[in-house]
Write a protein that binds this ligand. Sequence first.
Ligand code: ADP
Ligand code: ZN
Length: 432
Amino acid sequence: MYFHDAETLERNELEKLQVERLKKTIEQAANSPYYSEVFKKNNIDPSIIKSADDIKKLPFTSKDDLRSQYPYGLLTKPIDEFVRLHASSGTTGTPTAVFYTQKDLDTWADLMARSMYAVGLRRSDVLQNMSGYGLFTGGLGIHYGSERLGCLTVPAGAGNTKRQIKLIRDFNVTAMHIIPSFALYFAAKVREEGFDPADMPWRIALIGAEPHTEHTRRKIEEMMHIKAYNSYGLSEMNGPGVAFECTEQDGMHVWEDSYIAEIIDPETGEHVAEGEIGELVMTTLTREGMPIIRYRTRDLTRFLPGECKCGRTSRRIDRIMGRADDMLILKGVNIYPMQIEKIIMGIPEVGHNYVIELFKEGLMDQIRVKVEIKEEFFVEDMRALQGIQKKISSMLRDEILITPRVELVQHNSIPKTEGKAKRVVDLRDEED
Ligand code: ADP
Ligand code: ZN
């Protein structure tokens, strides 16, 4: 049971479609001030594309390119033709603005509806969207997809836990869209409010918008008595609905009739060997108003080998390991925050939040991991707590090869921000 024929196209058919759409994309992009110049400089026109692999002949587009063209440089049509804009969250600096024609919004809603269908949502479901609305694509993107699928859609927005719980109970909410770091917090809150998550009407959570580990997903599933599915997207590629898990929970299907995904070595720009980790590069194939070619997402992942049991033929990517920008270099060692999360969230005594702090001790850069401990363990004696601390510290050393300070803190003591969690705090310029 699939939402769209494109999900099960034979690979050669899919590739034919990609080539056709890539040519059209180049043709359309040439109408924008930015690409018209880039194409002229590099002698690019649709005729150079003979196979999907020929995408390698096209230049990359970086976040800086988008910023330098802010706000209108990539638009292929007069501004009158556009009906909506969104902007990235600006997690890593100046935001970029993305514009949509009505047709683009329709395409996006279809992709979103397809994604939701793939995890088992149907028109009889009631979906509560618990992500922020506004410029962030996780609001309206999920919202219109859910309506397109025919679900009753509750635009709850972010925050306000008590009201969220009330809406869920009053309207028999069966599915939620929720940011993973908030899901962990929310699950604990539901209990604190005196409800048993097992008695709640929900059955499916769509989680995404920020990196999280498999342990975190399992933890959300256990705490909430729910099935949680990974949802990947970025504003530059419309928003959510770019790649999505199916009910197999074994990697995210990239909707390849709408996007070409490549994985490159961020240093050389060359494709990595099949299955190796690298930077995800994405091209839109069905966007008319603001096509983007070979966009360097900075997100790190790999293609998963083999076919998915669900029967969809599109390739799958592994969960995002983090952004290239998130890499910390400490004492000459490269560390990704997700390596730390992987360890921490696998430890039963750990609650739902943590933060990584970088600080200076003398001239040395040091790393400190503050970890919230579940209430029931925090009341234990000093020796037990020291034991937990030692365990976390040595497991982290095995993973990241240096020994971080580990500080155990009380449940709910790390401030919870609305929206994407800030996992790394750099205190190196401050007095310690
Ligand atoms: P910003 O880059 O400012 O956060 P967006 O709101 O467009 O802007 O967010 C897109 C980014 O969010 C992606 O490039 C990726 O880094 C992250 N992201 C989105 N979904 C996921 C996911 N399922 N897993 C990990 N990271 C994700
Ligand atoms: Zn599948």
